[in-house]
Structure formats: C-alpha cells, structure tokens
Design a protein around this ligand. Structure first.
Ligand code: 0RA
Length: 656
C-alpha cells in the first residue's frame, strides 16, 4: 500500500494532532522499533525505566515486575508515586497527563538523565497507546488512586480507593494483540535485562515474578557491588588474573563515570558500555575515551616501573590491543542529552564525553595500580605476552598472504569453487568431513555453490592465541577461500587494530555451515561460530553467515518418501502416511550424519535453494552471545550439550 504525501503548511493544530496517541497506534514501529519480540519487550522496559528514574532520583528502592496469567505485566515501585494533583494546562490529574500525552514525561523534569532518541524514553503513554488495556495505581498523599485506559483512551475519572501509609506507582498493562506479532512475554529475556539494570543501579532491588504457570517462579536481583558484581558475573567461567576488581567511580563531573574491569586468562575482550542504563552496542565516545585511557595509563605505569624489558633483537611496544586481551570491562556513564548514532542508534556521539571518561579512567587506573603493584605487574606481563603473540601473528599472516601470492592460484586445494564470479550469487558450504564434502561436491549446483570440506577438529578460537589460530590448516583454508583477510574486524571506534579484514573482498555472500546432526557436528558448528564471532564478526554483521538444516529423518512407505527436520514433523508425517495407506509398512530412518545421504538426497533436502531451509546467524546482543560462547567453551559440559537449544539465542529462522 502506498500513501500519498500531500505537502501542506504546518499549523499548531496539525502538530498537536500528529503528537496524539493515534499517531502511535498508526505507526507503532516508529516509537518502539519493531512489532516483534523486541518491540513487545520494550514495553516492559519503558515502564521499568520510569521506576528506575525514580530510583536514580533517590526515592525508590524496590521494583517488582510480575508476568500475570492473563497475559498482562505489572510493574510496581515504592517511589513517590506519580503526582495526582491537577495539571493546569491540561486540566487533568498529572498522572492522567503522564499516561495519555505523548512525551509528557519530560514535562516533569526530575533532574534525572532523560534519554532522547533511540528506543528508550518514548514515555509510558506509548505503552498505554499500544495496550488493549492498562491501569495505573498511585499511592501518594495518604491515598490510593486508580485510573483505567483502553488503547490509550481514558475510561474513567481518577478514582480514590481508600487510604494508605505507603507511596509508589503500579502500572499493569496487556499488550494489544492487534498491534504486535506476538504478545507472550519471555521470562528469560526480561530477566536478563532486569539483572543488567540491577548491576547498573547497585543496591536497587528488582524482583521478577512469573505467575503464569501452576508453579510460580521468581528471581530477585540486588547487587551491592554494582559493576564489580557485573564483571564477576560475566567473568565467572574464566580464570581471573587477579581477584580484586579495578574500579573507577567519578560522580562529581558533568558526566558521571562508573567503570569496573578485570583481566582473566582468556584471549578475547568483553567490554560492555552503557549510557543512561542503555547498552550502547555500537560503542561511541565513552568507549573511545576508555580505550585511550587504558592504553596510556598502563603504558605509563609499565614505563615508570621499568616493566617493559626490550632486548636488542626485540623492541616491544604495548598497544591497545595488548591491553584488551582477556579484559572484561563495564563502562557506565550518565549523559544529560545523549546523541545516539549508528545503524541501531546505540552509538554515543557526544564529543565531550570522550575527554571526561578518558581523564577519569586514566587517573583511576593509575591510582589503583600504584596501590596494587602485584596486580599491575601481572597485567603488564600478560600484555607483553599478547604483544609477542601479535608480532608472531603478523608474521603468520604475511606468510599466508605470500603463499597465496606465489602459488598462482591463491585458493586452497580442497576447495571446489563455483564458476560464477559475482559474490552476490555465490555460496560457500563449509562441510564437516571429507565424505560429506564428496557428496556435497557431487550434489551441488556448481555454478553458484562452492564446497570446502573441513577435516577433523576445528581449532577453538576462544582458547587459542591468534598466531596459533593462523597456523591451523583449516583456518588458513577458510581465510583464503573467503577472501576477506583476517583480524581487526571488531574495531569500529577509530582505533587501529592489527589485521586486514575487509568485508568488501568477501567472495561469497552466503557462507553456510553444514554439519552433522550429532554431538560432534554441533561441536564443530560451535567452534566455527566462535571463529566467525571472534575473528570475522563482519561476516555475521553483514548477514552472510548461515546454518544449513539437514533433515533428521527420512520416512518412506513403498515408493513414497518424505523428510522430517524435527521429531514433531516426523510424527505428523508418519501419521499422515498411516492414514493414507494402512497396508504398507512405514520405514523411519534417522540420519546420524550427512554421509548417510547420497549426493542427490543431500541436494534435495539441504542444498537446493528452492527447497532447503537456512538459518541466518545473527548476534542478538553482544553480551548474550559472548556469554553463550563462554558457557559453551568453558569446562561446563552440560552447557555444551545443550548447545542446540542455546543456539536459538543468536540464530533467527529464515526461509531462503
Ligand atoms: C513525575 C514527578 C514525580 C514523580 C514521578 C513523575 C514518578 C513517575 C513514575 C513512573 C513510574 N514510577 C514513578 N514514580 C514517580 C515527582 C513528584 C514529587 O515531587 O513528589
């Protein structure tokens, strides 16, 4: 449907009409981002944000979120309660104005850090507009007050419901099924966010209750240690290099800065940044300030204490990358008028923030190291190891480049390439094992489908240093086949990092991981996902990485045959066949590996673009994915076993 756009002069009236809640119902996605799972959960966050503001102002200590059996959610706090007195301009109780007028929240300036732009801070009236029904209950001035709404429209006058000694606000709403694709809340998604908020606002108690089943559950999030506890939580599965967490807290500046960090014996970094409690996935000026301060303070400390011992043959300089190896850090800032930029509007743009964070972190780290010299020494030693490995990696990378430049054809011998040269049409199948690789080579459409069989175990990118990774044969084959080069993909904040990854040179716009449906297969799949996530994240970000979905069963009855991709589909197929033909025996074959399929079957079920299902790999949230990877890669066997379920967190179903 196309809409006619008629240019006309804006009058005060027309602006007011546009600003009404009808506008929200007309273009809901404009206010909450999307109408899927994400948008639905944003409703809850929006209401919780208001209570958090009240906590930030120092008036609220506890927030309770309840998922009710009727599909509604209630958010209750013990703050001052939304004012109920008459709002002069609107001639309505203030609480009604807050609930029904777009952006009215801002009219009650409470000196807290209001958010502009992005998805947050649109105001609770947006939630009201997108709810089948909503009610608010305010305890204030010794009385209990209540008002009801439907689709944002007030249903009754603000009622008084008796007296109370307490104060606080409770908002209960049922999302409008006519607006959202789905209206069932996911406990774990909400729990993750509330846990994060409890870390970011130390001491605040946040309770989540699920009343939707016969056995109600609940979680209480309350962390005295704030960001330090957050770092411990994220770092749980790793071996810490030092127990004590490095903290920097500066609250007297225009931009309050709160930072916690710790090193562990891993090779990657995990830096989370927040602005006004919002996860800034794309980083920004606060991250730049942090990085620059980290590199400078550590180098100053190392030099001052004579910890960098270069030999005659080896002149070592410690770079930012070296100081980020094994680092888990949280950076939380409060910015009065944040400017959010970037693709997902989660990149902080305010230029002045960089200097403030830089100064606070530089001074804070130096203070800490001077008071904890043994930790300082250990951190510098680790960075020195990282620097040596980085220099070895550079040599290994140059070797790969030189080898391919000299070898005439630069592509690995095992690769069966496709004939088409336009990446947009080309697909690369990464196939587990030589035998399945053979079937795939025979079954494929050789014009557009290339096959790279991977032999044996894929190296674990979470556990190996870059130089070791680059000397691995399978990794070398993948890098040359993909054509992108390697490393440095995660740096988008301006700081240079070693590596020459360039997504523009990607030779295939679909990179498809095809592994067996058994435990080994899922392990190899995890290792490949880890590799891409850690070392070629641009391929995931670009939407180029997919998982093939081979069938689990082949069901045959006489000459009839069908494939099933899960148990449920198998049962349905068997049932249907039984109904159609009671006399012939049904044979169910469970595929354990791709090798059990002949080339034709592999083509029909898994590779034919007309019939196959691919799952696109996405990074839902960096924090969640990293955590999943850490769980999988750590010693936790149980977590690894449940890989396929966990996988659902960063994989989205997609029909291609
Ligand atoms: C405006 C002014 C005041 C409090 C609030 C709004 C408020 C809003 C929400 C939303 C959820 N919980 C809330 N708690 C408070 C301050 C009023 C005063 O000065 O007492």
């Amino acid at each position: 449907m196309t809409e006619a756009v008629v240019p006309r002069a804006y009058s005060a009236e027309s602006i007011k009409v546009l600003e009404g809640l009808e506008a929200v119902r007309k273009r809901p996605a404009m206010y909450i981002g999307d109408l899927g799972k994400r948008g639905l959960h944003h409703l809850v966050y929006e209401v919780v944000d208001n209570s958090i503001d009240e906590a930030l102002a120092g008036h609220c200590t506890k927030i309770t979120v309840t998922l009710n059996i009727d599909g509604s959610v209630a958010v209750e706090d013990n703050g001052r309660g939304i004012p109920v007195g008459l709002h002069k301009e609107e001639n309505k109780p203030a609480v009604e104005v807050v609930m029904t007028v777009l952006h009215a929240g801002g009219k009650f300036d409470k000196d807290s850090y209001k958010v502009s732009g992005g998805l947050h801070g649109v105001g609770v009236s947006v939630v009201n507009a997108l709810s089948k029904w909503l009610w608010v209950e305010v305890k204030r001035d010794g009385k209990k007050h209540k008002q009801d709404y439907k689709k944002g429209i007030t249903q009754n006058k603000l009622k008084e419901l008796g007296t109370t000694k307490k104060s606080g606000t409770k908002v209960c709403f049922h999302p409008d099924g006519g607006i959202f694709d789905e209206i069932i809340f996911d406990y774990n998604i909400i729990a993750e966010r509330l846990r994060e908020l409890a870390y970011l606002n130390h001491g605040l108690e946040i309770v989540l209750k699920d009343e939707r089943s016969d056995t109600p559950t609940s979680d209480t999030f309350k962390f005295k240690g704030g960001l330090s506890d957050f770092v411990k939580y994220l770092d749980e599965k790793n071996n810490p290099l030092h127990n004590k967490i490095v903290t920097v807290k500066k609250e007297d500046t225009a931009v309050p800065v709160d930072v916690a960090l710790r090193y562990s014996n891993t090779y990657n970094d995990n830096i989370l940044t927040f602005v006004n409690n919002i996860n800034t996935i794309e980083g920004g000026t606060h991250l730049s300030g942090f990085r620059s301060a980290l590199t400078r303070s550590m180098n100053v400390y190392a030099t001052k204490n004579n910890l960098i011992k270069s030999t005659k043959n080896e002149k070592l300089t410690l770079s930012g990358e070296d100081f980020r190896e094994g680092l888990t850090a949280i950076i939380s800032v409060k910015v009065a008028e944040p400017q959010f930029e970037g693709q997902t509007k989660t990149k902080l743009g305010n230029g002045d923030v960089k200097g403030v964070v830089d100064k606070a972190v530089y001074e804070g780290i130096l203070d800490f190291l001077e008071q904890n010299p043994s930790i300082g020494r250990r951190i510098i030693e680790k960075a020195l190891l990282a620097a040596r490995s980085r220099s070895a990696a550079r040599k290994a990378r140059e070797l790969i480049r030189r080898k391919s430049a000299l070898g005439g054809s630069s592509l690995p011998g095992k690769l069966a390439d496709c004939s088409n040269r336009d990446p947009a049409f080309c697909e690369l199948y990464l196939v587990e094992g030589d035998s399945a690789g053979g079937s795939a080579k025979q079954g494929r459409d050789r014009r557009t489908q290339a096959i790279l069989p991977l032999r044996g175990k894929v190296i674990n990118s979470e556990k190996a240093r870059v130089d070791k990774l680059l000397s691995n044969n399978e990794v070398q084959s993948m890098i040359t086949a993909l054509g992108t080069g390697f490393g440095g993909a995660e740096d988008e904040t301006g700081e240079k990092s070693t590596g020459d990854f360039d997504i523009e040179r990607l030779r295939y716009h679909k990179v498809i991981i095809m592994t067996d449906a058994d435990v080994d297969g899922s392990h190899i799949r995890t290792l490949l996902l880890t590799f891409f996530y850690r070392k070629m994240k641009g391929i995931i970000d670009g939407g180029y990485l997919y998982l093939a979905l081979p069938p689990l069963y082949r069901i045959s009855q006489g000459k009839k045959e069908a494939y099933a991709y899960d148990d449920n589909e198998k049962d349905l197929t068997v049932e249907r066949m039984q109904k159609d033909n009671k006399n012939t025996k049904i044979n169910v074959q469970r595929y354990k590996g791709l090798g059990e399929m002949n080339p034709e079957q592999l083509w029909e079920t898994t590779m034919d673009p007309e019939r196959r299902t691919l799952m696109q790999v996405t990074v839902e949230s960096a924090s969640m994915a990293t955590e999943t990877f850490q769980n999988l890669m750590g010693a936790d066997v149980e977590a690894r076993r449940s890989f396929i379920e966990k996988n659902a967190k960063f994989v989205v179903n997609l029909d291609v």
